[in-house]
Design a protein around this ligand. Structure first.
Ligand code: NAI
Length: 709
């Protein structure tokens, strides 16, 4: 059985897990915590031992082993590196997704290494940690692959700065295994003997947890949330009840090396340990930033020299993003030579806050300008994660007086401007597999405003642009959303009454926009109005319509007239995720397949028809507080892939795969139709293997409640 090299890069997960304070405490007890470290064991003031992060994603690790096709009888946990992004909350749901990144060949008889990387997010939207797992596959070497890097870390040759002695209970694995790793090697004496051991051995990850406690105790006592990295290599087994010592060398402020030795034999059981932690000042800074921050991310804000753009740029920088402040510094109508001063001033403001920013003075109105803006981000900071298309001008005139030059100038900055900058940024984001794009629309475009045909057309054009970019970016984790702001700026100073102008600070719009820029925000293709602290979502709705005739003869004008009310009716109007879905009811109305299917099982349902109607079947009153994405992978001739997103009492269906679904449902087309028609019981389909569920099993039970066909 050869290793599956094709598994490299294939997504594993999402694997979701709910946990409570009891799981956190059970883990802490499993890795030897007790009354001396009550903060790990008492729900009244609970803190999570950071190494819980690996115990909590054990199922992901098991999937890595299976999908690599390694010989399971030869697998050992080789190395574990964990990068911590945010403190681990004491309860919630975590979702882990990743992939095998490398498979290395150490040579015939020397084994192979399977390396996988996974990010784990909490249900509060925060990215908690990144795990880099290395499995040592003893029996799989010699396939002629890349031997991989060989970097060995030398422990200092002077005595350790700290030593922590510990002895586990002889029964420790029986307690530790309750945190998820139920492998027989750690419980079954016969299995252990058959594997060449005297008796069941300690879980490597249990000793890992002991070491994690030890380094915290000596380096940043009582503050596990300061840990930013914890890496070890597992080198030898240890029997429960045998004393062991963790030796720690502090090499610099914020970084130490460590290893764990068997105190009886002197053998190293865990080696190459690295621990890194943040300073109290950095901890304080992160607390100040709040839960959403953009550390390590690069943002471009166009038209950021003044008004709304300036506030977005400052907020992003305050929360850790490096910012390209673009502004050509022209007049309100876009005329004039331009000036570097507005962009420079904002860059100065950001630097004064301790942030990082560069100025850019190119115009968004040309493709060359757009490219130069994105190039500025790459040159200064190496990537682009966030783009806020915000630059804007006004040339208001009634249609009768709207000369082509005024029409063109406004279209060039707003509509073409968004295309000019978004395209090169999108290409970069696609390479990175991540991006957040904001488009700036306006109530004038969404609803109309006297004297603004040019501006309204451009602003509504942006919605059309978004509707398609959302589909093209989805599988690359690029989300695009639109804001229609209302704020007191140079653009509105002579439009708004003075008392209202005072209340409409750009700062009241910015939080929504900055939230849409965050990794935790999974919304895609939405429009939001924002101003004065009032926020709502706008959408394009389609009425149920009516069928006139049988589809063989064109209706007459009189037919249209007679049916005018039904055509106009907006009762139960719905949103469609894309044009194909919007055509669905039209095609469905005259579909011969529909009639044929009506005679088949499933009472007129087809797989495609189900997804076209799933939002009609949606029960919003059952969806309070629900935030899930169901991925349906339906096999068979009628099959396909769809995902259904339920959030904030709304339902959205899209064809294709979602990047991080909550639950994935896999079924054959016939069975799926029967299930929906009520002819197949979900539980018996599941136990009989006709229905496969991946990800969050519990959430799959919501489907029955949320959709009634
Ligand atoms: P603002 O005039 O204060 O800021 C716009 C900035 O864009 C200016 O600093 C300007 O120099 C810059 N700019 C103009 N053309 C440019 C170009 N070709 N390349 C680079 N930069 C350019 O206006 P405000 O209100 O902050 O507007 C921001 C965005 O919000 C605009 O897209 C506007 O249409 C939109 N908006 C604003 C509303 C409001 O109530 N303020 C209402 C609805 C939409």
């Amino acid at each position: 059985m050869a290793l599956n090299l094709d598994a490299i890069g294939k997504k594993i997960g999402p694997v979701s897990k709910d946990y409570t304070w009891r799981d956190v405490v059970l883990y802490a007890l499993g890795v030897g915590a007790g009354f001396d470290e009550l903060e790990y064991c008492y729900e009244q003031k609970l803190k999570v031992i950071p190494s819980f992060s690996i115990a909590s994603v054990f199922e992901f690790l098991a999937e890595v082993a299976v999908s690599s096709n390694a010989d399971l009888s030869g697998i050992l946990h080789g190395e574990q590196d964990i990068i911590f992004h945010n403190p681990i909350p004491v309860e919630g749901t975590i979702t882990t997704q990743g992939a095998i990144t490398h498979i290395y060949d150490k040579g015939e008889g020397k084994g192979a290494l399977v390396v996988a990387e996974a990010d784990t997010y909490h249900s509060n939207g925060q990215k908690l940690f990144t795990n880099i797992f290395t499995l040592f596959c003893r029996k799989d070497g010699g396939f002629g692959g890349d031997p991989g890097p060989t970097e060995d870390l030398e422990m200092p040759d002077h005595p350790p700065d700290f030593e922590e002695e510990a002895v586990s209970s002889p029964d420790q694995p029986l307690l530790y295994r309750l945190s998820g790793d139920v492998f027989q090697l750690h419980v079954d004496p016969d299995f252990a003997r058959a594997s060449g051991f005297e008796k069941p051995i300690m879980h490597g990850l249990c000793t890992h947890g002991y070491a994690c406690r030890a380094v915290i105790k000596h380096l940043f006592p009582g503050e596990p949330e300061r840990m930013t990295r914890f890496r070890v290599r597992f080198s030898r087994p240890l029997y429960p009840g045998v004393p062991f010592t963790t030796q720690i060398w502090k090499v610099e402020e914020g970084r130490a090396l460590f290893r764990t030795i068997n105190a009886q034999s002197g053998e190293v059981v865990m080696d190459q340990g690295i621990v890194e932690w943040m300073s109290p000042e950095e901890m304080e800074r992160r607390k100040r930033l709040g839960s959403i921050h953009f550390d390590g991310q690069v943002a471009i804000v166009t038209g950021a020299g003044a008004g709304l753009g300036r506030v977005y740029a400052l907020d992003l920088a305050r929360r850790g993003a490096k910012v390209v402040v673009n502004d050509l510094g022209g007049a309100r109508d876009g005329s004039g030579e331009g000036s570097k001063a507005p962009a420079d001033r904002v860059v100065e403001e950001i630097r004064a806050l301790g942030g990082e920013a560069v100025a850019n003075y190119d115009s968004v109105a040309t493709p060359e300008g757009g490219q130069a803006i994105v190039d500025a981000a790459i040159e200064a900071f190496g990537r682009v994660d966030i783009l806020i298309n915000n630059a804007g001008i006004l040339r208001d005139k009634t249609l009768a007086k709207m000369e082509p030059e005024n029409w063109d100038a406004v279209i060039d900055v707003h509509l073409k401007g968004a295309y000019n900058v978004t395209r090169p940024a999108f290409l970069k984001m696609r390479e990175q597999g991540y991006g957040r794009i904001i488009l700036t629309s306006s109530a004038a475009g969404l609803y109309g405003n006297f004297g603004q045909t040019n501006y309204s057309a451009a602003k509504m054009g942006l919605v059309g642009f978004m509707n398609t970019v959302k589909l093209e970016g989805e599988k690359h984790n690029i989300k695009v959303n639109t804001v229609a702001p209302m704020a007191a700026t140079r653009l509105t100073e002579d439009v708004l009454p003075p008392d209202l102008f005072e209340k409409l600070k750009p700062e009241f719009v910015a939080p929504l926009v900055i939230y849409l820029c965050s990794s935790g925000c999974e919304d895609n293709g939405m429009i939001f109005n924002a101003g004065m602290g009032y926020f709502n979502r706008a959408a394009i709705l389609t009425g149920p319509g009516t069928v006139i005739g049988d589809g063989t003869k064109a209706p007459t004008l009189e037919d249209i007239h007679r049916n005018w009310d039904a055509i106009n009716d907006m009762t139960d109007a719905q949103e469609f995720p894309n044009a194909t879905a919007a055509f669905g009811p039209m095609l469905d109305a005259f579909s011969p397949k529909k009639e044929a299917a009506a005679q088949d099982s499933g009472g007129g349902l087809s797989v495609r028809g189900i997804f076209e109607r799933i939002c009609e079947a949606f029960q919003p009153d059952k969806a309070a507080g629900v935030d899930v994405v169901f991925q349906f992978d339906i096999s068979g001739p009628e099959g396909g892939q769809w995902h259904v997103k339920v959030k904030d009492g709304g339902c959205q269906v899209s064809e294709g795969t979602h990047g991080s679904p909550t639950t994935t449902i896999k079924m054959a087309d016939e069975d799926f139709v029967k299930l929906i028609a009520g002819e197949l019981n979900a539980m018996s389909a599941f136990t009989g293997g006709k229905l496969k569920i991946e990800g969050d099993l519990m959430k799959s039970q919501l489907i029955e409640k949320l959709f009634k066909f």
